[in-house]
Design a protein around this ligand. Structure first.
Ligand SMILES: Nc1ncnc2c1ncn2[C@@H]1O[C@H](COP(=O)(O)OP(=O)(O)OP(=O)(O)O)[C@@H](O)[C@H]1O
Ligand SMILES: [Mg+2]
Length: 407
């Protein structure tokens, strides 16, 4: 342990780096009063409501210094105390990158906790890719968003100290600038949700199309679970389809189940017609597409350790390196450990399929399952996350525990 003068939190406490000079000198306010945020958002008026997610409402606001902000009012913080909350927030607010949405500050009032983010003006990837009446997103924009979000994630995973797992990568958490640059939002935030006891919580139900198999089976999250969710997002960009699509054509099949073999075929044959979004009408660069398909395919491998790191994905998408980079342990792109089997010692494909099938069934049968469950954007542009009955969540958790006992 270092003898740094900052290790003043006790022999077993975390060694916190010093605050950024601008914070220490008071140039940048990071702690807000509820009154200040209320004033900034016009009293949290409906007119300033940007949307609602699993954590609560998000309002647009304007600070006296002219800075536009997005204020997220947290419904709960997973039972965290003020100190813990502040420690998490301090860590997150130290992270700044071109492709990450900065946390500007926070507010802890008697009853409420709020987070203050920089405002990103042009909605979400979910809105532009799947929103009703949106113009078709061209190939160049799709690639730009894929690369931008990969860079943001790579920074979190590989360059931050401590490293940060996003935990909730999905198209609704990719915010878009006016020039269509991507900014990853809400990293580290899932810690504040009430997932601690039942890992399949209401909020997670809303994002389960992105959920890595090892998370479904054990609740364990690593940077490689983020890579999986990112892979699902790439599949969305490639195919134009939602992670869970309940239309008759693909009924009862998740995007990833459908896409895995189709990706392998496409990579082998060089023919991407079956895979690629028909709305592109053939307007794409075939080499860039091939690279994106290879990245998607490698990122959604069942075996977490065989998924690439985000920095490798960035380099492949930018065309800087050969696809070989994606071949961990000699696995060809696309040839995932799809049928790695039960004796591989890992959570195998069969168990995964069974879990997902059951999970989907519970979600659809829960009675409150609606279009929002699939991350739809409502007509009003508000993204209301799922509100699934707790009963089904608990049931699912119990069932997974039972199935694990038999593994
Ligand atoms: N920093 C921001 N700038 C501009 N708009 C934002 C910002 N953060 C969130 N929003 C808007 O608020 C909406 C709701 O965001 P929120 O993060 O609460 O929900 P979500 O992303 O759908 O789900 P989750 O709670 O899992 O993150 C987003 O869809 C987006 O339109
Ligand atoms: Mg979000």
């Amino acid at each position: 342990m270092s003898t740094s003068s900052y290790s003043n939190s006790g022999p077993h406490g975390p060694v916190l780096p010093p605050p950024h000079p601008s914070v220490a000198l008071g140039f940048n306010q990071s702690s807000f009063t509820f009154e200040e945020l209320s004033a900034a958002t016009g009293g949290f008026t409906q007119r300033n409501l940007l949307g609602q997610g699993g954590f609560g409402y998000v309002h647009k606001g304007l600070l006296p210094n002219g800075k536009e902000i997005a204020v997220k009012s947290l419904k709960s913080t997973g039972g965290q105390g003020d100190r813990e909350f502040q420690a998490e927030v301090d860590t997150i607010s130290r992270v700044h990158h071109r492709h990450l949405v900065s946390l500007v500050g926070y507010c802890i009032s008697d009853t409420k906790k709020l987070l203050v983010y920089e405002f990103v003006p042009n909605k979400t990837l979910e809105y532009h890719l799947h929103g009703k009446g949106r113009p078709v997103m061209d190939w160049g924009t799709r690639l730009k968003i894929a690369i931008g979000s990969a860079k943001g994630l790579a920074y979190l995973h590989e360059d931050c100290h401590p490293r940060i797992i996003h935990r909730d990568i999905k198209a609704a958490n990719i915010l878009i600038e006016n020039n269509f640059e991507a900014k990853v939002s809400d990293f580290g935030l899932a810690k504040f949700s009430q997932d601690t006891n039942t890992h399949v919580s209401t909020r997670v139900m809303g994002t389960f199309g992105y959920m890595a198999p090892e998370y479904a089976s054990s609740g364990k999250l690593t940077d490689k679970s983020d890579v999986f969710s990112y892979g699902i997002m790439l599949l969305e960009l490639i195919t134009g389809r939602r992670p869970i699509d309940n239309t008759a054509e693909y009924e009862d099949q998740s995007l990833v189940d459908w896409a895995r073999p189709v990706c392998v075929k496409a990579i082998e044959s060089g023919n991407f017609e079956e895979l690629v979004d028909p709305r592109l009408e053939g307007n794409y660069n075939i080499q860039e597409l091939a690279h994106m398909v290879a990245c998607a395919s490698a990122s959604v491998r069942h075996s977490a350790k065989r998924r690439p790191r985000m920095s490798q994905v960035v380099r492949v998408l930018e065309g800087d390196v050969s696809l070989e980079v994606l071949n961990h342990e000699g696995v060809k792109p696309g040839q995932s450990t799809m049928y790695s089997g039960a004796n591989s010692g890992e959570y195998g494909a069969t168990a995964y399929l069974a879990d997902m099938k059951q999970f989907r069934k519970l979600a659809l049968e829960s009675g409150t399952a609606n279009s929002d469950l699939y991350g739809n954007t409502s007509e009003y542009g508000l993204n209301l996350s799922a509100s699934t009955s707790d009963q089904s969540s608990t049931e699912y958790t119990k069932r997974t525990e039972i199935s694990k006992d038999h593994e």
